[in-house]
Design a protein around this ligand. Structure first.
Ligand code: PMT
Length: 398
């Protein structure tokens, strides 16, 4: 995917520096030439030796070292870079770049490059939200620097909020997308559904489910990173859609059906990761249902099975469904594969710790039409999405 591309990876002094090792490794596995520039502080968290081994290239930590490969190192690296990635980017390096300060090898090289610069901030949430840091980010973004927003969650410092370095797979997908690489799905339209549906009971209540949309959004991101023209039909989620993806927001199963059918005919691939309601209230109340009596009976009626309808209308599209099961995973998922006329099913046992709804990880088994099955262990949803897209590419080119 990244063969022939040179990525200069700047690593600054935060605890997330250890994750940059995986970023370097993934970039190299995708064929990129990787050069690492570390700040002095970064070298307190991870040794330059680690990055040298992982990148396969000398690591630069100081302006004053004897040049290892190049004459004027900061200029040579700045010129050689197809993309400059700083991960993690501390408040300090963001501040220095915003002020035009060049007092070490990293900041000097960034100032000297004409390549796109991507920063992945990672720090304490209060630091990240500090107006000074936000103003620096806004200034750099206005000047054309790309920012990968940090994830929210528990931080190494004990606080909770935005500040976590995104998953290395997400960072690498963004790099690939920016480099216009991974063209293996270029020119192909990929439709992805994600998130839950909501079926109204009355104007204030609905039947929903636990889907966060993370799995489907990861698939959409991975498809975009491979150059596809991605349409993401999404139920209500709290997620930011991946860049470069066309979003169609829906709420109910009926709306999802209409949105999907409107996009279907010229699709090369459809991946249905959404958790769609199988039943909806037959007659949603016009007004809020008042509380009286100890019991309330709702009559539900079946929704349309969107995936089965796509299977019936299929004309050469690669059709991939998910199966969320709580028992008999292989048998139930296999049944969906044949009944819905699918090419592949991503089956997840949603009772397993680390699998299924809401979390950042999943455990899946891939089932194919020809009877093959592939068992995948616990991994991030981003990583699973990458594998799903690789397998889809295999199905498209078989
Ligand atoms: O969103 P996350 O929090 O990241 O969670 C991920 C996930 C658990 C939602 C995802 O991994 C997953 O399993 N998605 C499918 C959920 C589901 O509805 O499974 P199902 O076995 O009920 O449906 C099988 C397939 O038919 C699915 O592709 C579904 O999109 C589709 N379907 C189902 C019902 C319906 N009326 N129309 C459909 O198209």
């Amino acid at each position: 995917m990244l063969a022939g591309k040179c990525v200069v990876l700047g690593v600054t002094g935060g605890i997330a520096a250890y994750k940059a090792v995986e970023v370097a490794s993934r970039l190299r596995k995708l064929g990129a030439t990787v050069f690492v520039v570390m700040t002095r502080a970064a070298a307190n968290f991870v040794t330059p030796l680690t990055f040298r081994e992982i990148s396969g290239n000398p690591v630069v930590t100081s302006m004053w070292d004897e040049p290892k490969l190049w004459n004027v190192e900061h200029i040579a690296l700045a010129t050689r870079a197809d993309l400059f990635l700083i991960a993690p980017a501390t408040a300090n390096v963001i501040g220095k770049l915003a002020a035009g300060i060049a007092d070490d090898m990293l900041t000097t090289t960034v100032l000297a490059t004409k390549a796109p610069v991507v920063l992945a901030p990672a720090m304490n949430c209060n630091m990240y939200l500090n107006p000074v840091v936000q103003a620096n980010i806004a200034k750099l973004a206005g000047l054309g620097y790309h920012f990968l927003p940090p994830d929210e969650g528990p931080l190494a410092c004990g606080a909770e909020g935005p500040g976590r370095l995104p998953d290395p797979a997400v960072i690498v997908d963004e790099v690939a997308a920016l480099l216009g690489a991974g063209g293996e799905l270029a020119g192909k339209k990929v439709l992805v559904t994600a998130g839950p549906t909501r079926e109204a009971i009355d104007p204030v209540r609905y039947i929903g489910n636990r889907s966060s949309g993370k799995m489907g959004y990861a698939v959409a991101r991975a498809a975009a990173a491979r150059g596809a023209d991605v349409v993401l039909v999404t139920g209500p989620t709290a997620l930011t859609p991946p860049p470069g993806v066309r979003v169609v927001a829906v709420e109910t199963a009926a709306e999802m059906l209409a949105a999907v059918l409107a996009e279907y005919d010229d699709c090369a691939v459809v991946v249905k990761a959404a958790a769609v309601a199988d039943y909806r209230p037959l007659a949603p109340a016009e007004h809020k249902i008042k509380k009286h009596g100890d019991e309330l009976t709702l009559t539900l009626t079946k929704t349309e099975d969107i995936l089965a309808e796509l299977g019936r209308r299929k004309q050469g599209q690669v059709l991939v469904g998910f199966a969320a099961e709580t028992r008999d995973l292989a048998a139930n998922a296999g049944d969906k594969l044949t009944r819905k006329n699918l090419d592949m099913v991503v089956a997840n046992d949603v009772t397993l710790p680390g699998a299924g709804f809401s979390g950042d990880t999943n455990i899946a088994r891939l089932l194919y039409r020809d009877g093959r099955a592939e068992e995948l262990g616990l991994m991030s949803k981003e990583e699973l999405a990458g594998i799903i897209l690789q397998r889809i590419y295999g199905l498209l080119t078989r």
